[in-house]
Every structure is written in C-alpha cells, then in structure tokens.
Design a protein around this ligand. Structure first.
Ligand SMILES: [Fe+2]
Ligand SMILES: [Fe+2]
Length: 198
C-alpha cells in the first residue's frame, strides 16, 4: 500500500494524485452500473426515461475512459475492488428504480451532488500540483453538474422519499469514496478549508 506520509511527515502528493485517479475511475464505473441497472428497469417500467438515462451513462463511460487514460503517466492503477463498485452501483440503481421514477432522480441527485463536492475538494488540491488533471476534472465536473440539474428538474415532488433517501445514498457514496482513498478524502476537505482561510 502507498504510504501518503513521507519521512518528513508531509503528505506525499503524488500518492494522493494516484488515489484521486483511482477513486474517480472506480466511481465512474459505479455510476455506469447505477445507470445501467436503471436503464434496464426503465425499459420495462418507464420507457420515457430511457433516453435521458442513456445520455448520462454515455457521459460516465467517457469520464471513466478519460480517468483510465490519465493513469499510466502518474503510475496509478485501477482500484483492486472494482467488483465491489460494480455490485454496489448495480444494486443501488436496481433498488432505486424499483421505487419509481422519482426515486431514480433522487438517487441521481444524491450521487451527483456528493461527487460534485468531492471534485471541488480535488480541484482545490490539484490547482497547484497537477494542472493537466485539474483541467480534466474541471471539464468533467461541468457534466456532473448538468446531471445534477437534470435530476433536480425531473423530480415531480420532494416529499418524505426525498428526505429519507437522499442522505442515505449520499452517505453511502461518501463512505465508498472515503474507503477507496484510504481516508484521503477527509484530509483533502481539511486541506481545502485551510487553503480558503489563507
Ligand atoms: Fe461521471
Ligand atoms: Fe454523472
């Protein structure tokens, strides 16, 4: 396992860059699986949603490819527990689609808003450390924001389902990201807060 602390006790930033790539690549793969399961269900239950979900899945496929492409030059490797992301994503997509159209959009809102927040942290970290990756993540973040807006627009009501499901899915997404970065996501959040203060 990479040790993010150098002998001087400082964070070794290339290790964090590798973790960012690893979790983003795995997360995009998880998103592909969420949308895949929802598309499968939507074809049978609410076919009018299929094209919107397909468009978002196509974006995630491209994001996944771009993160994979950015790995070799930074000595990063895909996550070893991709099967975990695959199964988790598929289950989340399948179960939310069982709950109906609104649940699908609540799930999208929760996942995309959590991802957006983590990308913000990553951008703050990368600004002075890896300009190229910073540019890539900034462009991907725009598309994730568009997914978030679409999910918000499509919700017909924001009742108890929204109040209950949103924090649960957001917490699960946070947990997956935290585990996949070995806790670096918390550290980056603190780092960003620090850089805002100076
Ligand atoms: Fe994405
Ligand atoms: Fe997305």
């Amino acid at each position: 396992m990479d040790n993010p602390l150098s002998s001087a006790g400082k964070r070794d930033y290339p290790v964090t860059v590798r973790r960012i790539l690893k979790v983003n690549h795995a997360g995009e793969f998880g998103a592909i699986r969420i949308y895949g399961a929802q598309i499968w269900m939507a074809r049978r239950l609410f076919p009018e949603m299929v094209s919107a979900l397909r468009e978002m899945r196509d974006d995630e496929i491209e994001h996944c490819r771009l993160f994979r492409h950015a790995m070799p030059s930074r000595n990063a490797k895909p996550c070893r527990v991709m099967a975990f992301w695959s199964l988790g994503g598929y289950l989340l997509g399948f179960l939310t689609a069982l709950g109906g159209r609104n649940m699908v959009w609540i799930c999208t809102e929760a996942v995309e808003s959590t991802v957006h927040r983590h990308l913000e942290d990553q951008l703050a970290f990368l600004k002075t450390r890896d300009r190229e990756l910073h540019g890539l993540i900034a462009s991907i973040q725009e598309e994730e924001l568009a997914h978030l807006r679409e999910a918000e627009r499509n919700q017909t009501r924001r009742g108890i389902g929204h109040a209950l499901l949103l924090p649960v899915v957001a917490a699960l997404t946070d947990l997956m990201i935290w585990l996949s970065t070995w806790g670096d996501s918390s550290w980056m959040r603190a780092e960003m807060a620090r850089s805002k203060r100076v």
